[in-house]
Design a protein around this ligand. Structure first.
Ligand SMILES: CC(C)(COP(=O)(O)OP(=O)(O)OC[C@H]1O[C@@H](n2cnc3c(N)ncnc32)[C@H](O)[C@@H]1OP(=O)(O)O)[C@@H](O)C(=O)NCCC(=O)NCCS
Length: 120
C-alpha cells in the first residue's frame, strides 16, 4: 500500500513498462501485493507490518494472513503472539482472539496498544 505511492515504485513501474517485463511482474504483484504481515520469532512472536490493500479490505484477507502467521508461530513452538496494534485496528485483533494489555502509547505519532493472543 505504502510502496505503491512511493517514488521507488513509480520508477519500478516505468522500468517494467520500458523493458517489457510488466506482464510477468503484474502476475507476481497480484499474488504478493494484496496484503502483507510479518512474524518476528526473535521478539517472542511479535506480529507487525500488517496491511491489506484498500480495495481488498473486509473480505477476509487480513484474517487469512493472520491465520497463516499464527500457524507458523505454533509450528515454531511459540505459545503466544503479540503486537503493537494501532487503535483503529484494535477491533480486528479482538476478533482474532487478542486481548489488550497496558495503556495506550504513541508510536510514530499514532496511538497504539499492546495486544496478545495465546494459543488455544
Ligand atoms: C486491519 C486490516 C489489516 C484488516 O484486514 P482485513 O482484510 O480488512 O480484515 P478481515 O476482512 O480479514 O476482517 C476480519 C474481521 O475483523 C473485522 N475488522 C476488520 N478490520 C477492522 C477494524 N479496523 N476494526 C474492527 N473490526 C475490523 C472484520 O469485520 C472481520 O470480522 P467478521 O469476520 O466478524 O466479519 C486492514 O484494515 C488494514 O490494512 N488496515 C490499514 C493498516 C492497519 O491498520 N494495519 C494494522 C496496524 S496495527
Amino acid at each position: 500500500m505504502y510502496l505503491f505511492k512511493s517514488k521507488v515504485c513509480q520508477n519500478l513501474w516505468k522500468w517494467m513498462i520500458e523493458t517489457d517485463t510488466v506482464s510477468i511482474s503484474w502476475q507476481f504483484m497480484m499474488v504478493w501485493l494484496v496484503g502483507t504481515a510479518r512474524l518476528d520469532p526473535g521478539l517472542n512472536g511479535k506480529v507487525g507490518r500488517l496491511a491489506v490493500l484498500y480495495p481488498y479490505r473486509r473480505k477476509g484477507v487480513g484474517r487469512r494472513l493472520m491465520s497463516f502467521l499464527h500457524q507458523s508461530a505454533w509450528d515454531m513452538g511459540l505459545s503466544e503472539v503479540w503486537c503493537h496494534a494501532q487503535l483503529s485496528a484494535q477491533g480486528f485483533y479482538t476478533q482474532l482472539g487478542y486481548t489488550k494489555e497496558g495503556a495506550v502509547f504513541q508510536e510514530a505519532g499514532i496511538d497504539h496498544i499492546t495486544m496478545r493472543c495465546v494459543r488455544n
